[in-house]
Write a protein that binds this ligand. Structure first.
Ligand SMILES: CC(C)(COP(=O)(O)OP(=O)(O)OC[C@H]1O[C@@H](n2cnc3c(N)ncnc32)[C@H](O)[C@@H]1OP(=O)(O)O)[C@@H](O)C(=O)NCCC(=O)NCCS
Length: 176
């Protein structure tokens, strides 16, 4: 496989990042038991590729606050993975981490994680919210040293068109 590079996101990555989120959401979140449908995901992304939304994301990338970073995994010019991380007063927050479905299980998520470690404060705990039914992601975080805190919250983006909601599990990785 062509070398995967982990880089700071630049405004030109906005479309590629949105594509990674969209494809990963479609492959990850539809769930019959939870009542989350493909149509729900399609609906929640219906405006995300609009000129305005892409411009907004470009502006966000251009004006990142000092305590926040977006990293991308790129194969050539193509964004295949993306993550957003925040250094808070009290903790490090792994905000989002998504890999294009066909690029998962190739070590790219781990590479992005290793990059976030360079940015995070090693003296502080790190938290992540993960959909409570996504076994792969939960196991991925367990392998990185995260444990379930027991806290559950409805995802802040709200309910889908169908009325279903993703429940986030909070996981924590204690500072060494
Ligand atoms: C969860 C997620 C971020 C993990 O990223 P990933 O790139 O798939 O994970 P990695 O490849 O780094 O690690 C996963 C597995 O691949 C293995 N792996 C690592 N390097 C590898 C390589 N070079 N070749 C093959 N497999 C490899 C890892 O060992 C691990 O498997 P194992 O521990 O059972 O052996 C990604 O799968 C994803 O985006 N999932 C869907 C969205 C999601 O739920 N995201 C989390 C939201 S908070």
């Amino acid at each position: 496989m062509e070398e995967i590079k982990i880089l700071d996101a630049v405004p030109e990555d906005a479309l590629g990042i949105t594509n990674v989120f969209y494809k990963a959401w479609l492959a990850t979140y539809p769930n019959a038991e939870k009542g989350i449908t493909v149509d729900d995901i399609e609906d929640s992304y219906k405006d995300e590729f609009s000129v305005e939304k892409i411009k907004r994301l470009k502006d966000l990338i251009r004006n990142m606050p000092i305590n926040k970073k977006r990293f991308v995994a790129k194969k050539g010019d193509m964004v295949v993975g993306a993550c957003t991380v925040i250094r808070n007063e009290k903790n490090n927050h792994l905000r989002t981490l998504y890999i294009l479905p066909e690029y998962q299980n190739k070590g790219i998520g781990t590479k992005l994680w290793n990059k976030t470690l360079e940015f995070f404060d090693p003296k502080k705990d790190t938290i992540v919210q993960v959909a409570d039914y996504t076994e792969n992601a939960i196991n991925f975080y367990k392998k990185l040293g995260f444990v379930d805190t027991g806290k559950r919250t409805p995802q802040e983006s709200g309910s889908f068109k169908s009325g279903a909601t993703i429940i986030d599990m909070e996981m924590i990785r204690k500072a060494k």
